[in-house]
Design a protein around this ligand. Structure first.
Ligand SMILES: Cc1cc2nc3c(=O)[nH]c(=O)nc-3n(C[C@H](O)[C@H](O)[C@H](O)COP(=O)(O)OP(=O)(O)OC[C@H]3O[C@@H](n4cnc5c(N)ncnc54)[C@H](O)[C@@H]3O)c2cc1C
Length: 328
């Protein structure tokens, strides 16, 4: 792996803007995120909610804001590493190496930690052989819609993601069932109405009790949470959408000063470790606001300071983007 000027840990809104800004400063950038998609909380927690406090956007859907940030971050071609948790940070001479959970080493000159509330991982349904069936019929969310064409699908969950995927996959699926533990949905009313108008079967007050199959899922046992009656349902795909858990986890062992689960930074967003910065929801300082509007400013400052560390002749002030001849 090539050594980059800055490795950004966390591809949420703040890390994405940091990646753009680092590119603007002529720095080579790598973003590492534990999730399969960029966007952090915008994508994972509230894609269908409107955000009203972005400069210049009177209102914007969280997923659309994430898409714009990804497009903006992509302008200078950062290296993007998804689905891997940054677990270890080692210092080797003048450089550092971030090591992900799979043992891969990612050399870097500086690090910006924009890890939000920590690495997200999907909440599991908690039944036997769940790990065995992952990617053998059982998935958390959807990466590729085409995989579900002609399949008998069971979607688990009652929030926006569950309804969005049931609705999106329904036209090409052989059958669609939505399983939810009660009858209260946390999805947009409009999406609920749209799914109710299809032939999707709703199994409410119901949980998945068992998964069946050998090398691939062939069915599930569903339990009625009120009567405790069980029934078998044949299916080839179980798509679980019941949220995410987050944990600072391995970052706690990096030797950073941490207070109340947040990384302490100075006015330049420097941590106690030389060359390691922290911005966004994961950092803390006097007057900290956990907002996207303030976090992206922190990211711009942090990468400009990182630039001056790598190149002491560089100015802290980046200049104005409007004067940089960036026309597309
Ligand atoms: C329901 C809801 C509504 C909100 N509405 C608003 C709003 O209207 N306006 C507003 O300003 N803010 C809002 N927020 C808050 C806003 O979403 C956060 O302030 C923002 O997402 C923080 O961005 P971030 O990039 O710092 O972190 P995050 O968005 O949390 O992204 C951090 C990323 O880092 C990754 N990560 C963490 N640790 C590791 C690791 N070790 N290795 C690899 N990857 C890692 C995570 O997987 C995640 O993708 C809302 C939040 C919620 C939950």
């Amino acid at each position: 792996m090539s050594t980059v000027d800055v490795t950004i840990i966390g591809g949420g809104p703040v890390g994405l803007f940091g990646a753009f800004y680092a590119g603007l400063r002529g720095m080579s950038v790598r973003i590492i995120d534990s999730l399969p998609d960029l966007g952090g909380q915008l994508t994972a927690l509230y894609p269908e909610k409107y955000v009203y406090d972005m400069p210049g956007f009177p209102e914007v859907l969280a997923k659309d804001l994430a898409a714009s940030l990804v497009q903006q971050a992509g302008r200078f071609g950062p290296d993007i590493v998804l689905g891997r948790v940054a677990e270890t940070l080692e210092r080797r001479g003048d450089e550092m190496v971030v090591i992900t959970g799979d043992g891969q080493e990612w050399p870097t000159r500086t690090v910006v930690i924009s890890a939000g509330a920590g690495a997200f991982s999907p909440t599991k349904i908690g039944v036997d052989r769940e790990d065995h069936f992952e990617h053998k019929g059982l998935t958390y969310g959807v990466r590729d819609k085409a995989m579900f064409k002609g399949k008998k699908c069971v979607v688990v969950g009652g929030g926006d993601s569950a309804f969005d995927w049931a609705l999106a996959l329904h036209p090409d699926a052989a059958s669609m069932m939505l399983v939810h533990r009660n009858d209260r949905f946390r999805a947009h009313d409009e999406t609920v109405k749209q799914l109710e108008q299809t032939d999707c079967e709703f199994a409410l007050f119901t949980v998945v009790k068992e998964l069946h199959g050998e090398d691939h899922i062939t069915g599930v046992t569903l339990e009625d949470t009120q009567t405790k009656e069980c029934r078998h349902v044949e299916c080839d795909a179980v798509i679980v959408n019941i949220g995410f858990k987050s944990s600072l986890g391995p970052l706690k062992d990096w030797g950073l000063t941490i207070e109340k689960n947040q990384i302490v930074v100075d006015h330049l967003f420097q941590t106690n470790l030389p060359g390691v910065f922290s911005v966004g929801d994961v950092c803390t300082f006097d007057g900290k606001l956990k907002l996207i509007a303030t976090g992206v400013g922190e990211a711009a400052t942090a990468v400009c300071v990182a630039k001056t560390l790598i190149d002491p002749s560089a100015k802290l002030f980046p200049g104005h983007s409007s004067d940089m001849g960036l026309g597309s």
